[in-house]
Design a protein around this ligand. Structure first.
Ligand SMILES: C[S@@+](CC[C@H](N)C(=O)[O-])C[C@H]1O[C@@H](n2cnc3c(N)ncnc32)[C@H](O)[C@@H]1O
Length: 278
């Protein structure tokens, strides 16, 4: 296993994922009742964009780098970027927040957070960051197993993020198996899945499998900075939500349309939200 998120942290796909996650969180927090957030593939709490790894790929320049200018981001996105602004109080951009940090920034007293990752370095970083916070559990292991072992906590109100590296050919199968398990044992859980948009036919296959699940509402969103028949690599960012809160779909559509011109200049850039089941 050699996936290291530092190469990709802060890129356009991270921005789409973290903005969509923040929006989802704000909808969950419209209700005063607490909820449990489970991050199955949490990664590090935050990433150093000045590290040799981030500097080698420079992917962040095509993401947060397009929004950030001298310690400011466009007014439209200021609220979304608050966790990154908090990490960089000076005007220069050095630190980028991982998904645990984006959620932790908004966590209320009544909310809980469970962070899982298989890599010991990521776990060490999460423990260091959140050790003094009683609301947070950090556990090393397999994220899909984590869903099962923490099912009792998830059965109340929950938001689950599944964000694997997609380096194994059976990743989609593991996701579908976990969603099937959740649809039986935790029907009301709000589940978000990030996925890469590379070739259209791969995405269609994944959508087909999602449609076979017995989940009443599944929303898919896509933001492509290049056309998705481009064979070069990552063309777009996908974000699926099972059981999205009321009116979340409209808000996400608006957000992605606002983001698109900032993240891509390509004439065939596009974004879309669609119901896979409704
Ligand atoms: C895409 S990164 C996560 C990024 C993070 N969610 C964020 O948005 O900042 C994927 C992470 O999954 C971890 N990982 C890989 N296989 C895993 C598994 N089976 N269970 C849990 N974590 C795993 C990797 O160590 C890596 O940190």
């Amino acid at each position: 296993m050699n996936y290291q998120h530092i190469f990709h942290s802060g890129n356009f796909a991270d921005i789409c994922k973290h903005f969509s996650l923040s929006l989802l969180l704000s909808f969950m927090q419209k209700k005063p009742q607490g909820f449990c957030y489970l991050d199955t593939h949490a990664g590090f709490g935050c990433y150093d964009l000045k590290s040799p790894f981030a500097q080698r790929s420079q992917e962040y320049k095509n993401g947060i780098g397009r929004l950030w200018s001298n310690g400011r981001v466009p007014e439209l996105f200021a609220e979304y970027c608050a966790p990154v602004m908090a990490l960089n109080p000076e005007s220069s951009l050095r630190w980028y927040a991982g998904s645990p940090e984006w959620v932790h920034y908004h966590l209320r007293d009544q909310d809980r957070m469970i962070l899982i990752d298989s890599e010991s370095e990521a776990i060490q970083s999460l423990k260091t960051r959140f050790v003094s916070d009683q609301r947070v559990i950090v556990q090393q292991g397999d994220g899909y197993h984590g869903i099962k072992s923490f099912i009792a906590q998830l059965q109340k109100r929950s938001l689950i993020l599944i964000d694997p590296p997609y380096e194994q050919v059976n990743e989609h199968v593991k996701i579908i198996d976990s969603l099937r398990y959740l649809s039986r044992h935790c029907r009301q859980a709000v589940v978000a899945i990030w996925y890469p948009l590379k070739q259209h036919r791969e995405t269609s296959r994944f959508y087909h499998k999602l449609k076979e699940l017995e989940v009443p509402k599944i929303l898919a969103s896509e933001l492509c900075i290049y056309p998705d028949d481009n064979e070069l690599g990552l063309n777009g960012s996908g974000f699926i939500v099972l059981n999205p809160p009321w009116q979340f779909a409209e808000a996400l559509t608006q957000l992605l349309n606002q983001l698109l011109p900032y993240l891509s200049d390509h004439p065939k850039r596009r974004c879309e939200t669609m119901w896979l089941s409704e």
